[in-house]
Design a protein around this ligand. Sequence first.
Ligand SMILES: *Cc1c(COP(=O)(O)O)cnc(C)c1O
Length: 344
Amino acid sequence: MNNQLEQFASDNNSGICPEALEYMLKANQGSAPAYGNDEWTQKATDYFRELFEIDCEVFFAFNGTAANSLSLAALCQSYHSVICHETSHIETDECGAPEFASNGSKLLLAQGENGKLTAEAIESLVTKRIDIHYPKPKVISITQSTEVGTLYSIDELLSIKEIARKYNLKIHMDGARFANAIAAMNKTPAEISWKSGVDVLCFCGTKNGMALGEAIIFFNKDLAEDFDYRCKQAGQLASKMRFISAPWLGLLETGAWLKNARHANQCAEYLENKLLSIDGVEMMFPREANAVFAKLPEHAIQILKEKGWQFYTFIGVGGVRFMSSWNTTQSRIDELVNDIKNAI
Ligand SMILES: *Cc1c(COP(=O)(O)O)cnc(C)c1O
């Protein structure tokens, strides 16, 4: 099997980056207290506080589905609802885990261009019904960068913050590709999170270059009350926590988290530019982070598949998603582009 061929399917098809692996090996010397009472976990959580320039509460979970579901459950009661985009991962790719973890909080879906919620769409969902028969809106969930590879600008985030304040809603951010957003936006982590009203951020380490491990960051510390119990009950408290926190420290301390994200974004930009020069290829969404969504002729998609290229085709008929990651190489992109040209 040629593993190289897989690399445009998803950023979680990539392996562990050297910095994360190095810190994992460092953490493997001798023994350490379990359940997060170790030095690595202390250092990593302190680093997050420094990075975000605020005293926040930090927890770790094994994957994004758990991080999103448990944090959403912490923000609402079972009779509340969560407003999200119809393409959001919590709606389409988590097998009902947010509803399950919250004992039934309902997701309310909104539409919006380029995978983004707007203040208007949120307001119309909140004001549509105010009677007792409707699950009361309590949380807005936004994904940065979005499922279609776009970014919420600071202005867009601030207009959502304003609507959240107006209707007393909490803001959850799915940061599966938060690092890619930071790399693309020239903004600080604080600016696009708590300064933009985000109460809790799920910051993904896996797609950035770790083996596994997501940080759940509560900027609103009151909301983190008993969250450690929620994680434990859900089977998300790692006993050998240091093997999640040490690689996180490796990403943060060495700057690899930004380097990896920048590299992935640059690869996507390179691919986009190459594709734009081919007749018969159209972009489906603005390319703003590490995803390229392109419309290709159906016969060309078939040929690429037969050649062994792997990519997702689940959004829109005739559309393909090419995702870059920390280990994408320019030569593989060139080969892909070449095969696309020939196929068309
Ligand atoms: C990958 C991803 C997640 C996390 O998915 P898991 O498979 O549960 O780790 C969450 N949100 C978005 C937008 C993602 O792309």
